[in-house]
Design a binder for this molecule. Sequence first.
Ligand code: MG
Length: 401
Amino acid sequence: MRTELLLDSEDREHKAPRRLVILGATGSIGRSTADVIEGAGGAFSVEAIAGGRDGKALAIMARRLGARFAAVSDPAAYDDLKEGLAGTGIKAAAGPESVTQAALFASDLVVAAISGAAGVEPTHAALAAGRNVALANKECLVCAGDLFMRTAAAAGTRILPMDSEYNAIFQALGTSRVDEVEEMILTASGGPFRTWSAQDIAAATPEQALAHPNWSMGPKVTIDSASLMNKGLELIEAHHIFGIPAAKLGVLVHPQSIVHGLVTFADGSVTAGMACPDMKVPIAHCLGYPARVTTAARRLDLAAIAALTFERPDLGRFPALRVAMAALQQGGSMPTVLNAANEVAVEFFLAGRIGFMDIARAVEQCCETALRQNDSATPDTVAQALAIDHISRERTRAALS
Ligand code: MG
């Protein structure tokens, strides 16, 4: 465990409401965050929120949470936001720079839940400015993990893992040091295709891929769960946030989604992080950390569940996980390339333009092209990471069109 992950113990005594900024307030994580805040009876005050292109929804969220500032990334959504906030005194702004402005509002914790590469810049700005960040955006650590960890260390800020798997590992790790860890395992539900044949998976439709058995999430992450790419991205994140070597990271398929992460220690002890599959649990853990926040999340009834089962992932039927593990081993810019190619390939799949198995194929091809062209240096700045992201998207689009 890196010391920058630990909040000061006096924070536990902190009685004033913890001031929050929520980036990505109208998405799936943003809405669950709002539920947790409302259930926590005045423990939090929301200073600023930001959203993507739905001005109306963002205005409703700003009113609901009593934010002081609401920023929408798409300038075309400004009128809806402004109109929705009329008479409230809540300030409205639009454009990507207004999202960064929201990120830099004085706060104790920034919830970074914008999905996609759009979340990288504002989240990095918040960290660099000394804000603690509860990280739900995958791209920050996948595209620019070395940079984010370096920035957090330099600014003396903390990145709290706001995803079920690595939050479970964070809790399982407790106060142990990473060099006392033998293995960290992230679990995957296996998604809707866990028991399907390779042939059936290849013929799967977007509707079938979007029917996740356990979790309700946005479409991009749901497709990534079906391909197991999501688990590959989480391995990359875990590598950075815990400073654990790739060789000590593993994946188990666990269809019940009750155990989210496991840590095996040098003495043979294994600690599991468990909860019902509900994002409110990791969200509440990060918002209140190190104190506990009461939530309405369903409680775990192990006797009712009766059996927890585990399987090794099948890298033949789920090649996206193999491709992601290779990118993690290669390091440098390969995770950035992988992530960008995957986003484009998932778009093409959702639009019905390619088959499900073509996603991993396209991603692997884009990674191979980058390696051949010697495009594999580690990005040192957000601009470099975004440039690699951009080139990889263009290459994948060209290859798939
Ligand atoms: Mg997850």
